[in-house]
Design a protein. Structure first.
Lengths: 151, 120
């Protein structure tokens, strides 16, 4: 059995691998919505291409709001991850969830190096996490669901 | 967060990623040039980011063209050397680097890239 990772005051910090997996699930979810619209945009009308862009942004905002509200997106729930404020241990709220998603631009803009930070960073934070003072910790996994349980 | 506090790297944790990095670089060295993701900053603005050219540099270095690698991005050679040291367990288990040194290094690399792309 692998040794547990380092602890933050709020729990065991999540490794890069599970975090990447959670993100891939969320991306796949976004693609399920966007790709058919892109295909329609190519085959039928350019309006669908515009709708694809809008749909991508809406899905991204919905996922960010979920992360802010509950600490978890569908991918994070499935893998067993939770995003919390590193000081309070609580989810950061829907508004800051969206700001955190925007802060992840910093991770991408520098040749995607920011996304690799959890590989070596002591707090296993991306640059976006550092900006927002958030950490991602391990929690029990849940069955895949689009919306948080009980919502 | 103390901006001057040393940045700690648990080297044991990066051993596997370092091996994957070296293996990936070796594979890349045998692929046609231009394989890789474009830099978003350079694509959007034309201005390179501090890490532009590192993939090419690593590919050249691991392909035996060290001088070419150095001329593209010195950071690439540094990363290859560091990764080899980590994989061969030549480095200590826990490395502490002063943040100002990290920041200065990234800024120096960025200046190099800005110069290489004729931005400055």
């Amino acid at each position: 059995m692998p040794a547990p990772g380092p602890y933050s005051p709020q729990g065991v910090l999540a490794d890069w691998g599970p975090r990447a997996l959670g993100l891939l699930i969320d991306w796949a979810l976004t693609l399920v919505v966007v790709v058919p619209l892109v295909v329609l945009g190519v085959a039928v009308s350019g309006v669908f291409r515009f709708l694809a862009d809008v749909a991508g942004i809406v899905v991204a905002i919905l996922l960010a709001v979920q992360v802010g509200q509950t600490g978890q997106s569908p991918g994070m729930r499935t893998i067993g991850l939770k995003c919390i404020n590193q000081t309070t241990g609580q989810p950061i709220g829907p508004g800051l969830g969206v700001v955190r998603a925007i802060a992840h631009i910093v991770d991408s803009i520098i040749c995607y190096v920011g996304w690799l930070f959890p590989l070596w960073d002591k707090s296993r934070q991306t640059l976006g996490d550092k900006i927002m003072s958030t950490v991602v910790v391990r929690v029990p996994t849940q069955k895949f669901s689009l919306m948080p349980p009980g919502s | 967060m103390n901006a001057l506090a040393p940045y700690e790297i648990d080297v044991r944790r990066v051993r596997k990623p370092a091996a994957i990095f070296l293996a990936g670089g070796l594979v890349l060295a045998h692929l046609p040039a231009g394989v890789g993701l474009p830099c978003p900053l350079r694509t959007l603005t034309g201005v390179p980011c501090p890490f532009c050219g590192v993939t090419t540099s690593v590919r050249d270095t691991l392909g035996g063209r060290v001088r070419d690698g150095l001329s593209v991005a010195p950071l690439g050679l540094l990363l290859v050397v560091a990764a080899i040291a980590v994989v061969l367990r030549l480095s200590p288990g826990n490395v502490r680097i002063l943040r100002p040194i990290v920041i200065a290094g990234v800024l120096a690399e960025w200046c190099f890239e800005l110069f290489r792309y004729h931005v400055i």
